[in-house]
Design a protein around this ligand. Sequence first.
Ligand code: 3SL
Length: 235
Amino acid sequence: MNIEVCFTPQAYHLFHKDEAIVVVIDVLRATSAIVTAFYNGVNKMIPVATVDEAKEYQRNGFMAAAERNGEMIEGFELGNSPFGYMNNKVKGKTIAISTTNGTQAIEASRKASKVVIGSFLNLDVLCEYLIEQKKDVVLVCAGWKNKFNLEDSTFAGAIVSKLTKEAGYETNCDSAIASRLLYETAKDDLYEFLATSSHRNRLAKLDLERDIKYCLTPNQCPVIPVMEGKYLVKL
Ligand code: 3SL
């Protein structure tokens, strides 16, 4: 089995393989928020690319979440903070969600035969699942507005590291090798490793340090969201 890393959603067409499983990654914070939502009892989510689409779902009676540039958009019940999903109000609900990069990465991966959601919060269960499937894996990093980012590629490296060391996965993909090197350097202190990264600083300016620390703490939410048609559901 082979594993590759796509650093930005825009490059996904270069990595697409009909049978491969895609893992969409937006550690800060969209995929961390989604994993947290399912762990806290959300029934389904509908990831959409635009705020207008999220608004339309809201008009039709759905709960809806929208974020741009780190901030919750006025008029929505929820933004992109994982802490917003840790309460009884979301239990059993179907929530439409649109975020700056995370839901764009999901959108870009739609041609994949299987799309699952990854974050440090579900790292171990996700790796166990991928190993069981015995299929090629493509890790799609959301990045920032189609540019590379450090936190998503570092997390991709955590998966590459586990699957190559523990399950015989192979790679000749330089972005996978680079990601693994990032993770090997960062793993003892992810928070410190990201100290100068653009998005950690962007979120810190918005007073979201608590979100960053939470999103970088592995294995707090052992659930795997998976795309089924237009919905994300719990595997
Ligand atoms: O880019 C996204 O989808 C978001 O995760 C960005 S933020 O963390 O909400 O700023």
